[in-house]
Write a protein of this length. Structure first.
Length: 193
């Protein structure tokens, strides 16, 4: 049994910067029909899931952040809270749509794992990010009382599918991130093949 190859080393500064730019770009993105928002070329596209994922992990990695980075994170969190207060309907529409999108992408990836186990193992750490985003979106939807039992069932089903393909193992991402993703909630990040 071989371990899933870990992803490239995590860049904390880049993550903080990406979070800050994403949060400052929420308006007008939140009320537009686009799935992905424009960002500078060196940053990932803006999505609510991408922002929630970064806010989640950075808030739990506070011991690694400088005072300036913690302040940037606080500003980003406040910008998100302002958007939720002013654009709640548009925000909930975005999170529910994106959550469905990530569930479908994850399910498709797992189905493709049946065909090519080697490629599946090699791609898994980067594709797992979509499942993490789905979890953060589901948590947000649950908090806003818009998470349906159907969506919760779909998440459970894909997690069962992961258990069918992968054995429990060690954390697949940069070890500094492990404190943000406990195994009891993010078991899909603790696998080997």
């Amino acid at each position: 049994m071989s371990a899933v190859k870990p992803v490239i080393q995590y860049d904390l500064n880049h993550d903080v910067h990406t979070t800050q730019v994403m949060a400052s770009s929420l308006v007008p993105f939140v009320y537009e029909n686009e799935t992905y928002g424009g960002m500078p070329a060196d940053l990932p596209k803006l999505t609510i899931g991408g922002l929630l994922m970064r806010l989640h992990r950075l808030s739990l990695l506070g011991n690694l952040l400088s005072a300036e980075q913690r302040e940037e994170l606080n500003i980003a969190q406040q910008q998100l809270e302002n958007v939720k207060r002013e654009w709640l309907t548009a925000y909930t529409t975005k999170i529910t749509y994106e959550l469905g999108l990530h569930i479908n992408e994850w399910k498709q990836f797992l189905n493709e794992c049946q065909q090519d186990r080697t490629e599946c193992r090699d791609l898994y750490p980067s594709v797992a990010e979509k499942r993490v985003m789905a979890q953060n979106l589901a948590d947000e939807a649950r908090e806003l009382n818009v998470l349906t039992p159907e969506v919760e069932k779909r998440l459970r089903e894909i997690d069962l599918q992961v258990q069918g393909y992968f054995k429990s193992g060690s954390f697949i991402w940069d070890q500094r991130l492990q404190q943000a993703y406990p195994q009891n909630q993010y078991g899909f990040l603790y696998v080997s093949m």
